[in-house]
Design a protein around this ligand. Structure first.
Ligand code: TXA
Ligand code: MG
Length: 331
């Protein structure tokens, strides 16, 4: 499969191809002013699942959602006065804002890894702008490299890292910034820098009239990926369940036909509110796309716990199981 990827400069033809691929749920690499991004339709859970699979991420980190403009951003998140001021000054540009997600937000829960906040960025790069402008959905886009390697700042870096897993890399030379965007969490009372970048604390102070704090200040350095809180259900989670205890609800995978309730009864006969199936067809993309929404739907105080059927430890199943294990051990 290696060598299948085409690297194309941005033209009407390559834009049209990117649009078709993205609308079909595939991932496309594209340039931004910071680093190359691996884009997918943020509204399509299975397309988002492909991002994690393509990068080979062993866990679900929340992703940045890229929007064409402020109007598109306001359909997804709630802007405080600070957030509005930062967006007015630094968008489009290398700044990502973490904001409370609006209840009507159509972005797949998998993109936020179940969090109530959403990370938004409006990139300045002309090619990225053109791509976002041609689509009627925003793009989730982590850096376009395999998990654990450095962020790509040229099309060749992307091809080296992910070339055998992609159809198309939109190319526009080296990125002008070359460093990932500054991430500022504006979901609380005080702006917090989660990841430093070219938009500095001083620039943010200049805009807001107050100095933001750094996440983990006084607690030593934390890696960017470690900074976000992760969603965990309130109920106990029991993995690899082969039957249900009375009072437990079921998060299924595959056929539920043989799932029984201890002491009598079949899981299939439980009321709708007590059963969800990640994927009846055992499709790991579908399961990943459903994971957070289904956990949330089952996580009700009326229930005693969530029993989860076994999920194969392969491909996306590794990240799904990682998340479920964390939910089960309550760290
Ligand atoms: O410059 C960039 O930001 C590039 C280009 C492609 O836009 N993208 C990028 O994405 O660096 P990624 O996935 O490599 O990094 C996303 C970071 C992660 O550290 C993640 O934890 C954080 O954003 N993040 C995303 N959503 C978050 C949220 N709701 N709360 C806190 N952190 C969040
Ligand atoms: Mg990255």
């Amino acid at each position: 499969m290696a060598g299948m990827v085409s690297i194309k400069t941005i033209t009407e033809e390559s834009m049209a191809q990117a649009k078709v691929l993205l609308e079909g749920g595939a991932c496309v690499a594209f340039p931004t002013e910071t680093v190359y991004g691996l884009g997918a339709n943020a509204f399509d859970g299975q397309a988002v699942a492909k991002i994690y699979e393509t990068k080979g991420r062993p866990s679900f980190n929340p992703l940045i959602v890229h929007v064409r403009d402020m109007e598109a951003a306001q359909e997804l998140a709630e802007f405080s006065d600070d957030a509005r001021a930062l967006a007015a000054q630094f968008w489009p540009g290398p700044l990502t804002l973490v904001l409370p997600k609006l209840s009507g937000c159509r972005v797949s829960e998998l993109a936020m890894a179940g969090l109530e906040t959403i990370a938004l960025r409006c990139p300045a790069h002309k090619g990225a702008q053109r791509l976002l402008g041609a689509l009627d959905f925003p793009l989730v886009a982590p850096s376009a490299n395999a998990s654990g390697s450095v962020s790509p700042t040229t099309p060749a870096h992307v091809a080296d890292s992910l070339g055998d897993k992609l159809k198309l890399i939109l190319a526009d030379g080296a990125c002008s910034v070359g460093l990932e965007s500054t991430i500022v969490d504006c979901s609380g009372d005080q702006p917090v820098i989660l990841r430093p970048g070219v938009v500095t604390a001083e620039m943010i102070e200049g805009c807001l009239g107050k100095l933001p704090v750094y996440a983990g200040q006084g607690q030593g350095v934390k890696a960017p990926g470690m900074l976000s809180k992760h969603y965990a259900p309130g109920l106990p989670v029991r993995l690899n369940a082969i039957d249900l205890e009375p009072g437990e609800v079921l998060l299924g995978f595959g056929s539920l036909k043989f799932m029984g309730v201890r002491g009598g009864g079949a899981a299939l006969n439980l009321p709708d509110t007590q059963v969800r199936n990640l994927s009846a067809d055992m499709d790991l993309y579908e399961a990943a796309a459903n994971l957070f929404a289904m956990l949330r739907a089952l996580d009700r105080p009326a229930h005693k716990g969530i029993a989860v059927m076994a999920i194969p430890e392969e491909g996306l199943g590794v990240a799904i199981n990682d998340r479920l294990r964390r939910a089960a051990c309550k760290d």
